[in-house]
Design a protein around this ligand. Structure first.
Ligand code: UDP
Length: 313
């Protein structure tokens, strides 16, 4: 039986990974410092499962786990712009110190290591769509730089452990992902728009809404993570859905889906908000035989069920 540690294991993606690997027959250890206390609800249904264990711990501290480990998936991090602007130092620490500690543990246990990296390593990209070979356009000293640079450091140290210690490492560059268990107040476009639409409030589109994103449904992403984990690819691999949409059209799509009467309210654009973002997933297609299967219409429909339940509407 494989034993798998998931850091950030109570978060949006972390909790889906816990569920997924339990279903695959693994013994799963979910580690999380619960910086967002309510995230414990994401794994409440797994508590008491014989192959699931939750450990409340901050991975930036010295890390010890009893027994063998076959896989370590390092998903601990604040990940929404609002969160990493609220917690800039914790964001830098978990990407740097936290990645160092989890790599050290992987070395000790001879475990496979997978880093949750991000499309943010491309910053405000000048190449579109973004292939893995594009080194990015990132400003380290703007507020958003805390996340971008933490993840860039995380990638660098992961490659260094691979090259120096021969560790089996993987780097997933995750593009915008959505689905059930996103925090309603995480400040991202989808939760904001859905909550606003369901409450009949104005929809806050930042800037003129012409900036683009490409949204991947969580189940597709998790499948990609699994395929990457069991591949032999140490270099970064983009995982995301290449279907690109402007933020204004995305807002309208959600208003339409919910049948809401909400109106669009244009608000100031945050500093250094990337103007475009779309993954080039040719590498994932070729190496992993992976591509997303769930289109936005279906993914949004499933996500809406979750948001309605949370808001009890
Ligand atoms: N955005 C918006 N209104 C909101 C929240 C976000 O218009 O209430 C915009 C944001 O400026 C960005 C895009 O939606 O251009 C996606 O933002 P999100 O926070 O979801 O993640 P990002 O892709 O920027 O990391």
């Amino acid at each position: 039986m494989e034993r798998t540690l998931i850091t950030g294991g109570a978060g949006f993606l972390g909790s889906h990974l816990c569920e997924f690997f339990i279903a695959q027959g693994h013994e799963v250890i979910s580690m999380d410092n619960l910086i967002k206390k309510e995230n414990i609800e994401n794994i409440a249904h797994l508590m008491g499962h014989e192959r699931f264990k939750y450990i409340k711990y901050d991975v930036t501290e010295y890390l010890h786990v009893e027994g063998k480990l076959d896989n370590i998936l390092h998903f601990a991090s604040l990940a929404s712009p609002k969160d990493y602007l609220d917690y800039p130092i914790q964001t830098l620490k978990v990407g740097s110190l936290g990645t160092h500690k989890t790599l050290g543990l992987a070395k000790e246990k001879k475990a496979r290591f997978l880093l949750a990296s991000t499309s943010e390593v491309y910053g405000d990209p000048m190449v579109h769509p973004q292939p893995e070979s594009y080194p990015g356009n990132v400003d380290p000293v703007v507020p958003r730089g805390v996340y971008d640079e933490a993840k860039r450091f995380a990638e660098a140290i992961t490659m260094a452990y691979h090259r120096t210690h021969g560790l089996q490492t993987r780097i997933a560059r995750i593009f915008n992902t959505y689905g059930p268990r996103m925090r309603l107040d995480d400040g991202r476009a989808l939760p904001n728009f859905m909550v606003q639409a369901l409450k009949g409030e104005d929809i806050t589109v930042y800037g003129n809404g012409t900036q683009t994103r490409s949204f991947c449904y969580v189940d597709d992403l998790i499948e990609g993570i699994k395929k990457l984990l069991y591949s032999n690819e140490a270099e970064p691999v983009n995982l995301g859905n290449p279907e690109e949409i402007t933020i204004l059209d995305f807002a309208k799509e959600i208003v339409h889906l919910t049948g809401s009467k909400s109106r669009i309210n244009f608000c100031p654009l945050p500093q250094n908000d990337p103007k475009v973002r779309q993954p080039d997933i040719n590498k994932a297609k070729t190496i992993l035989g992976w591509e997303p299967k769930i289109n936005r219409q279906e993914g949004l429909r499933r996500t809406l069920q979750y948001f309605k339940k949370k808001l009890e509407v």
